[in-house]
Design a protein around this ligand. Sequence first.
Ligand SMILES: C[S@@+](CC[C@H](N)C(=O)[O-])C[C@H]1O[C@@H](n2cnc3c(N)ncnc32)[C@H](O)[C@@H]1O
Length: 245
Amino acid sequence: MADGAKIDTIFASETGSVSGSAPVSGVGSYVDTRSRVETYFDKTATRTWERLTSDAPVSKIRETVRQGRDQMRALMLSRLPNDLSGMRILDAGCGPGVMTAELASRGAYVTGVDISPQLIGIAKRRLAPELQGHVSFLAGDMLAESLGTFDAVLAMDSLIYYGPRDIRSALDTLTARSPQIVFTVAPKTPLLMAMWYAGKAFPRSDRSPTMVPHGPAKLARDAGGVQVGRVSKGFYISEALEVRR
Ligand SMILES: C[S@@+](CC[C@H](N)C(=O)[O-])C[C@H]1O[C@@H](n2cnc3c(N)ncnc32)[C@H](O)[C@@H]1O
């Protein structure tokens, strides 16, 4: 995909399509959403994500997205101790593994799981040799029981495609396996909601996943969690939340 074309549904200005929040017509089941996500990241957008998460030059628009994502990663990491020695952490929806590598470099034992085997392949190839003893990369569902239990779960921009019911259910699943979950959602902003209405008027016909804006305050309240902070940098808008049990 040429630089400057659509990056991903999280990046508002480049897509023109988001879904509204619940009860939401047009938001499919968890399995249907996951299948769209897999097709998108494993086929359509693999090279785009590989480039965005590298040091390679990108367009000015994508540079804002890259900077915003760097800020969000730092914000999420600030919820954990600096020294993660001995901690077991799940990077849920790890993509090409940027967060995974950062966690491992701080001493954690990290499982990076992603539904896209292609992105997992990139993550494995990129991982520095000295971190390899600390990381397992797996292709599959972030909610799979076989992944086991953890001291913390980070899910950066990987739950953004799911409706409120699926997010609540994912949080129930993950909090049963870990005492701390830090994750992001797309917040309901005027821009994203305007795009949602536009998307309803012009429904998408392709297999791309659509992101679902949420009211972060309500989501945090319902899940018994807290709002951590929002990053709004150019074309990147995302909000971090945390649930502890
Ligand atoms: C926007 S990307 C973010 C990737 C990575 N967390 C980062 O910030 O660079 C979202 C990722 O979540 C993954 N994902 C979404 N739903 C998933 C699921 N149910 N199980 C595993 N991975 C999933 C996608 O395949 C994709 O790689």
